[in-house]
Design a protein around this ligand. Structure first.
Ligand code: ZN
Length: 299
């Protein structure tokens, strides 16, 4: 999430997937993955759900989730657009977006976020969850953080989950999850906190350690993230790892590691969705991905 200098970091092209996958016991054929363009090689074990995951309902059909992969691949080469000031949700302004961080060897956060989000999308879709992404690929600019919240607010979704990795001092490692605090509406209170807690618990079930350098028990409520401040549905932001930490960077840099991060996030989202009785449905009509695609072309 932390970002500073603008650097020209080309996104890396992952390897085509040619092996069958298993996500939460559901087989996904290579052909089905062909429809989502390029996909890295994964192992079955890397994508398997943790054995201690709570039981999930047979279907989550009818629910919608917005996934927000942080930053974008062309942000670094468009500093004017990226540095444009936009509302921060608390009466001030902040930059439209940032470049994101990277590992010391140059693997960029925006690529990590994008690939993890695609994997989460595939896992959720396999369970009947409709997924809306805030950006269509990893080659564009933005969208601005306030527009990402607007996409979520228009999508008729149960929640938005932003996916990031941190750029903290190298000594710190582990995940943490943020939500808006103090809350600015009902969705940012207990609903967002419970979503963040579900994600943190899923990371622990997946064998991950909560960050020791920030927050408490993997949770870091904060007031300075515009996307969370402007959300009118439950919202959380996951910092999967600290890309400046050698241990975290090594895992984040492999397809198998990214599959594990994605499995944690999908596990947390589905556990949270299943815990809601009855499910909350926003009153706004759904916005289809095709409608959102026209938005992307203007940013
Ligand atoms: Zn980030």
């Amino acid at each position: 999430m932390r970002c500073s200098v603008l650097r020209g970091i080309p996104p890396r092209m992952p390897v085509l997937c040619l092996v069958p996958l298993t996500v939460w016991g559901m087989a996904i054929s290579p052909l089905s993955l062909a429809s989502v363009a390029i996909h890295p090689v994964l192992s079955d074990s890397a994508l398997s759900a943790p054995s201690s995951s709570p039981s999930l309902p047979a279907t989550l059909q009818g629910t919608t989730v917005v996934l927000d992969p942080g930053h974008n691949g062309a942000n670094a080469s468009h500093p004017v657009e990226v540095n444009r000031q936009v509302p921060n949700g608390r009466g001030g302004t902040k930059a439209c977006d940032t470049t994101g961080t990277s590992t010391d060897s140059g693997y960029p956060e925006h690529a990590f976020n994008w690939e993890v989000a695609r994997r989460v999308r595939d896992a959720l879709t396999a369970h009947g969850v409709r997924v809306v992404l805030t950006r269509p690929n990893d080659a564009g600019v933005g969208p601005c953080v306030n527009d990402r919240a607007s996409i979520a607010n228009r999508a008729g979704a149960e929640a938005i989950i932003s996916i990031h990795a941190d750029g903290a001092p190298p000594s710190g490692h582990g995940f943490h999850v943020s939500y808006s605090d103090p809350p600015l509406n009902h969705s940012q209170g207990k609903p967002s906190a419970s979503l963040a807690q579900a994600l943190a618990k899923a990371f622990r079930r997946g064998g991950f350690t909560a960050a020791g350098y920030i927050g408490s028990n993997g949770l870091y409520p904060r007031s300075d993230l515009a996307g969370l401040n402007l959300a009118q549905i439950p919202a959380a932001l996951v910092e999967c790892a600290n890309m400046r930490n050698p241990q975290d960077a090594a895992l984040a840099s492999t397809p198998q590691g990214r599959a594990r991060y994605a499995a944690n996030i999908a596990d947390g989202i589905m556990t949270w969705l299943a815990s809601r009785q009855p499910p909350h449905r926003p009153s706004v009509p759904p916005t289809h991905q095709a409608d959102l695609d026209s938005f992307f072309t203007t940013t």
